[in-house]
Design a binder for this molecule. Structure first.
Ligand code: NCD
Length: 327
């Protein structure tokens, strides 16, 4: 694996499968009475959040704490960033404090790349979402969820998602989740179809490794998973569709539409959901919707990423039997 995780496109098939297999080991730990591992004891990780987040921030913090790292949480609101401090000065402050890894979310696409390649700080950088660009750990947790659901927990070890069909629906234009998922799912052998109104399809999408459709109903019967995206109002500077009602009617997932997807297929959403817009409450609360499972899997997947980027040579999980043998 590369030293930093900036884009899902940085991962080879073998890197990605290694993360998913390691996440599976981490998930097994969650069933033990003591969930904590000593792997990152004495290491300091800083979570640098320049943009709002609920799931991703809590998930990274939980993952870091389960690996026994010391955690510093930084959020731009209430910090000197709101006084005009630059990313460079913030990074140098962290470097002076000796942090061992930085998790960064930023509204500017490219900020994590800049941090990783600037020389301001010498630590692995993990992108927790930058502008409309990338969100690689979300794609990894989505792939983990898909592999568990479609291939199986144990049966999935060492496997990719070859031949599985995933339909990603909604505001693709502003979605870093869609970009990361297209890259990673393609690397893992899955076939991806993007469905969006023409105004929310990015320019240059023809060079992406996926199909594009404007018709949700025709894309649903042949997928193994449908991933709904939130309409990213905060990133919109124009009207991209006539009304919310019109958007929901054509691109929202309701029970009637869900009946068109195959029995075994799952409904995914990275959260936060806007119930009644891209997904109805009935679909969001159905057992086929993996949204809560995705959150749980996010912790295991981020533990795996942190372990692989920082853990070095210690085994991720010490088996109780081998510990007894050592004594
Ligand atoms: C997404 C994000 O922030 O990119 N959410 C997440 O990380 N779970 C998607 C979104 O905000 O709609």
């Amino acid at each position: 694996m590369k030293r930093h995780l900036i884009s899902a496109a940085d991962l080879t098939r073998d890197d990605a499968v290694l993360v998913l297999d390691t996440a599976e080991e981490m998930a097994r730990m969650a069933d033990r009475p003591i969930k904590k591992l000593p792997t990152l004891r004495g290491r300091t990780i800083c979570n640098l959040f320049f943009e709002d987040s609920t799931r991703t921030r809590i998930s990274f913090e939980a993952a870091e704490k389960r690996l026994s790292a010391d955690v510093i949480n930084f959020s731009a609101k209430g910090s000197s960033v709101s006084k005009g401090e630059s990313l460079k000065d913030t990074a140098q402050t962290l470097a002076a404090m000796g942090v061992d890894a930085v998790v960064i979310r930023h509204s500017a696409s490219g900020a994590p790349y800049r941090l990783a390649n600037s020389g301001w700080i010498d630590a692995p950088v993990i992108n927790a979402g930058d502008g409309t660009h990338q969100h690689p750990t979300q794609a990894l947790l989505d792939a983990f969820t898909l592999r568990r659901r479609l291939v199986g927990h144990d049966a999935g070890i060492g496997q990719d998602l070859s031949g599985r069909r995933v339909t990603i629906v909604g505001d693709v234009l502003h979605s870093r989740v869609a970009r990361s998922n297209v890259d990673l799912l393609h690397t893992l052998g899955a076939e991806v179809t993007l469905v969006a109104p023409p105004t929310l399809v990015p320019v240059g999408v023809d060079s992406w490794p996926c199909e594009v459709s404007y018709d949700l109903d025709s894309a649903l019967p042949k997928c193994d998973a449908v991933m709904m995206l939130r309409v990213q109002r905060e990133r919109m500077n124009a009207a991209f569709f006539p009304t919310e009602r019109e958007y929901s009617r054509r691109y929202g997932l309701d029970a009637e539409r869900m009946a068109r997807i195959p029995e075994h297929a799952v409904v995914m959403h990275p959260g936060p959901m806007v119930r009644g817009m891209e997904i109805t409450a009935e679909v969001a609360d159905s057992p086929r919707c993996t949204v809560v499972e995705q959150v749980a899997n996010g912790v295991f997947t981020r533990m795996a990423v942190l372990y692989l980027l920082l853990g070095g040579n210690e085994p991720a999980v010490t088996q109780p039997s081998s510990r007894t043998e050592e004594k």
